[in-house]
Design a protein. Sequence first.
Length: 112
Amino acid sequence: MKDFNWSEWYEFPNPADNDILIAPYGKGVYQLKNKATNEFILFGCGNNVAYRMSSLLPKPYGQGTRNNEEKRKYVLNNIENIIYRTIALNDSAEMKRIEQEVKLSQNYIHKF
């Protein structure tokens, strides 16, 4: 995979600890990994990455309308081991292109 301008890896915020999500407010791509197993969990993109990533947790913690409760529960149940990184972008076409490259770059436990 091309060397994109990824952020550093961050611990996924635990809602029980009132942690803070560090992610672009605009367009971008994200990737989650389980640091205990070294497995890539999932990836995605959004026009507001911070909001999109907040939907990775089940209600009442998460926002948005994710259809797959299994993915949301996995993130919450493994929250102590979930790390993430992001890429901030300006262009929707570039965002989709990079998302496809990220999709093909790893095997993911949960695929979108």
